[in-house]
Ligand binder design. Structure first.
Ligand code: AMP
Ligand code: MG
Length: 377
């Protein structure tokens, strides 16, 4: 029987709360500064010629490279200009005959195919006309949109690399563990994950389970934007993080979500600092970081919300005895999810074998069921 509170926050709602609580940066309205392209351009390497002259040989007047002023040439009947991709079309020409379709002898070309008007020409304004709306105000940033801004001469909003510090918590974390102690595996794991999600990461020494030390670390975060902690957010007597955050006046965005593993997840804002309080168990910490750090980074960087889920079929049934959705470690074999015999939220050994974690609604998912999954980065 499960003792989960029925009102635990669903994952999607927790992600949404985080999204709306964070500031973001989006693009201003972007209009075309000029026609795009601004002149007729060659879209292949070849010769610019008059299509109506068919296969008659042409005398070559010279060469136009991308960036050359086409005014240097006028293509009169019986002539052509060698032209490279991106170069502006010279006056008189109305088609490009690609190099593959011509022979060149003694300064003349012999077409081997019939050119047609407009062949391999990007026509002036075919992508946009001067003044056209290219991006509405508030559009999230992505690389293509930044490129478009650069093309139009818009000063680029700098895409910030978000500074993230990773700090584990727990008196049990030591460098050389006795049997009752452990090494800090979450710290390096979360730092590596944050780096693969695009953050600028600083891995800090683990913090002891001491409210004063925690308060000092939270109160003096340095120049970081996100503090990723692990441990100390559950119901144990050493789980001080929620209380310390409240005492410091933090806004708790949520604490505890409907997810297994990962229920004790906490997110809070302490001034501008986002604290993502991950549970201490490694599988919980990993999965929650993948979901919540990915979401927070996208928001702060001005990107669209990430969609980390993909779908595949299970090769075997997976039971979920609890009443929270389960993220179960799997191998991906030939595009199918092969469930691993995992031992739960502390089982780093199985997580390290996994390629994915499959979303299993309770009470179970049958073999062949198509389920969503997260890829292990
Ligand atoms: P906590 O959330 O602090 O109650 O920790 C839950 C479990 O995760 C305990 O078994 C901890 O020993 C373990 N744990 C906490 N922090 C780490 C860490 N940094 N690396 C590996 N295991 C951890
Ligand atoms: Mg702890």
């Amino acid at each position: 029987m499960s003792c989960d509170a029925p009102d635990l926050l669903p994952l999607e709602e927790a992600l949404r709360r985080l999204w709306v609580a964070l500031p973001t940066q989006t693009l201003p309205e972007l209009r075309a500064e000029r026609d795009d392209p601004a002149t007729d351009r060659a879209s292949m390497d070849g010769v610019a010629l008059r299509a109506a002259e068919g296969r008659t040989p042409r005398r070559l007047l010279g060469t136009l490279f991308a960036g050359d002023d086409p005014a240097a040439f006028t293509v009169a009947p019986g002539t052509a200009v060698r032209i490279m991709t991106g170069a502006a079309l010279p006056a008189g020409a109305d088609a490009i005959l690609p190099v593959e379709q011509l022979r060149e002898v003694d300064g003349c070309i012999q077409p081997l195919a019939d050119p047609r008007t407009g062949d391999h020409v990007r026509v002036r304004g075919e992508q946009a006309r001067a003044g056209d709306l290219l991006l509405a105000a508030g559009t999230p940033l992505n690389a293509a949109r930044l490129a478009l801004g650069a093309q139009e001469g818009l000063p680029l909003p700098s895409r910030p690399r978000i500074r993230v510090a990773v700090a584990s918590t727990g008196n049990e974390l030591v460098m050389v563990p006795a049997p009752h102690q452990i090494r800090d595996s979450n710290g390096p794991m979360l730092a590596a994950l944050a780096r693969s999600l695009g953050a600028d990461v600083e891995l800090r020494a683990a913090l002891p389970d001491d409210p004063a030390t925690l308060a000092a670390a939270l109160g003096n975060p340095g120049d970081i934007r996100i503090l990723l902690t692990s441990g100390g957010v559950s119901m144990g007597q050493h789980d001080h993080l929620p209380g310390v955050l409240k005492e410091l006046g933090a806004t708790i965005l949520f604490h505890k979500i409907r997810l297994k593993p990962g229920k004790p997840m906490l997110a809070a804002l302490l001034g501008d600092l986002l604290v993502l309080g991950l549970p201490g168990n490694p599988v919980s910490a990993y999965l929650n970081a993948l979901l919540f750090l990915g979401q927070a980074l996208a928001r702060l960087e001005g990107r669209a919300a990430p969609e980390p889920w993909r779908k595949a079929r299970l090769t075997a049934p997976v039971k979920n005895k609890g009443d929270r959705p389960l993220l179960h470690p799997c191998r991906l074999v030939d595009g199918k999810l092969e469930p691993l015999p995992g031992k739960g939220s502390a089982d780093l050994v199985t997580l390290a074998k996994a390629d994915a974690c499959a979303w299993i609604e309770s009470p179970s998912q049958e073999a062949g069921a198509k389920v969503r999954y997260l890829t292990i980065l």
